[in-house]
Write a protein that binds this ligand. Structure first.
Ligand SMILES: NC(=O)c1ccc[n+]([C@@H]2O[C@H](COP(=O)([O-])OP(=O)(O)OC[C@H]3O[C@@H](n4cnc5c(N)ncnc54)[C@H](OP(=O)(O)O)[C@@H]3O)[C@@H](O)[C@H]2O)c1
Length: 288
C-alpha cells in the first residue's frame, strides 16, 4: 500500500472538478483519481494536470454517475489498486436543461447528480475509511422562485417539465450529506462529510459561455449566488488539503467558510424519506 493520499473526484475533466484536481495535485503527497465518463477527455485532463503540476500520480477510471452498473464497475476497478482512500469529491453534474431518464429509469438530473453519488459513496464506505467527503451542491437547492418537497417517488420519476429536477438534485445532496454524517457518527467513524456550493461559475455547465448580460444581472442583483471558478476550486482544494479540518455536515459557501443552507434543507423528515427511498431503490435494482 502506498503512502500517497488518494482522492477521487467525479467529473474531473472539466470545470470545478478539473480545477480542484489541479490544485490538490500541486501537493505531491496526493494521488488524484479522475472519475470520468469520457476517457478521451480524462486522458487529456490527466496530461494537462501533469503538465501544470508535475505530479506523476494522476490516474483515471471510467465512471458514469447516471448508471448504477457503471458505479459498481468503477468501484471494482478502484479496489484493484489495493490502496486506501483519503478523500472523495462528488462533483459530476448536469444542469436542469437535460431531460429524460437514466438507464435505471430515474429522472436523468437526479440520477446523475444525486443517486449515482449516493451509491458510489456507500459502496466505497463499505471498504474504505474515507477521511473527507464533499458533496457539490448549489445555491439553486433554494431557487429564487422557491421549492416545495413533494415526495421522493415523484422526484425520482418526474419528467422534469417544470425544471425543478436540478434544485431537487442539489437539495438531495445536502440531505445526503447530513444523513450520511449522522449515520457515520453513530458508527463512531471519523469521516467528515460536507456540502460545498461553488456559486454560479463560467464552466461547461451551461453548454457554452454565459451571456455577458446574465453575468452582470446575477453579479448585481444576486451577488450571493455569484461564484468564481478559481476561488471556489481553491477553497475546495484547501478544504481537502487541510489536515486540521474538523467540520462536518456543513454547507460551505464558495469559500472555506460555511453558512446555513435553506430552511427546507434541514427538514429531517424529508432527509430520512430520501435516504430510505434511495436505499430501497438500489436494493430493488440489485435484485434485477
Ligand atoms: N457552473 C455553475 O454555475 C455551477 C453552480 C453551482 C453548482 N455547480 C455544480 O458544480 C459541479 C461541477 O460543474 P461545473 O460547473 O464544473 O460544470 P462542467 O464544466 O460541465 O463539469 C461537469 C463535469 O461533470 C461531468 N459529468 C456530467 N455527467 C456525468 C456523468 N453522468 N458521469 C460522469 N461525469 C459526468 C462532466 O463530464 P463531461 O465533460 O463528459 O460532460 C464534467 O466533467 C456540478 O455538480 C454542478 O452542479 C455548478
Amino acid at each position: 500500500m502506498s503512502e500517497l493520499k488518494n482522492v477521487i473526484i467525479t467529473g474531473a475533466n472539466s470545470g470545478l472538478g478539473f480545477e480542484t484536481a489541479k490544485k490538490i495535485a500541486l501537493n505531491k503527497e496526493y494521488r488524484i483519481i479522475l472519475a470520468c465518463r469520457n476517457l478521451e477527455k480524462a486522458e487529456s485532463a490527466k496530461q494537462q494536470i501533469f503538465k501544470e503540476t508535475q505530479n506523476p500520480n494522476i490516474e483515471y477510471i471510467k465512471l458514469d454517475t447516471s448508471s448504477l452498473k457503471s458505479i459498481e464497475e468503477f468501484v471494482s476497478e478502484f479496489e484493484k489498486t489495493n490502496d486506501s482512500l483519503y478523500g472523495l469529491i462528488n462533483n459530476a453534474g448536469i444542469s436542469g436543461m437535460h431531460q429524460g431518464k437514466s438507464v435505471d429509469g430515474v429522472e436523468i438530473v437526479m440520477a446523475t447528480n444525486y443517486l449515482g453519488h449516493w451509491y458510489l459513496t456507500n459502496l466505497l464506505l463499505k471498504k474504505y475509511n474515507i477521511k473527507k467527503i464533499f458533496n457539490i451542491t448549489s445555491d439553486m437547492h433554494n431557487p429564487p422562485q422557491g421549492l416545495k418537497w413533494t415526495n421522493v417517488e415523484d422526484i425520482f420519476y418526474s419528467e422534469n417539465n417544470d425544471r425543478t429536477a436540478y434544485p431537487y438534485s442539489k437539495l438531495s445532496n445536502i440531505y445526503f450529506t447530513n444523513e450520511l454524517q449522522e449515520r457515520l457518527d453513530q458508527e463512531n467513524k471519523d469521516t467528515l462529510v460536507n456540502s460545498f456550493n461553488p456559486g454560479m461559475m463560467q464552466t461547461n455547465f451551461a453548454g457554452g459561455p454565459m451571456p455577458k448580460s446574465r453575468i452582470i444581472f446575477v453579479k448585481t442583483m444576486m451577488p450571493d449566488r455569484f461564484g468564481d471558478l478559481d476561488k471556489s476550486s481553491s477553497a475546495l482544494a484547501s478544504l481537502m488539503l487541510d489536515d486540521s479540518l474538523n467540520v462536518k455536515a456543513k454547507y460551505f459557501d464558495r469559500s472555506i467558510n460555511y453558512k446555513e443552507s435553506s430552511p427546507l434543507s434541514y427538514e429531517i423528515k424529508n432527509q430520512k424519506e430520501l435516504w430510505d427511498f434511495t436505499d430501497k431503490f438500489v436494493k430493488e435494482w440489485k435484485k434485477k
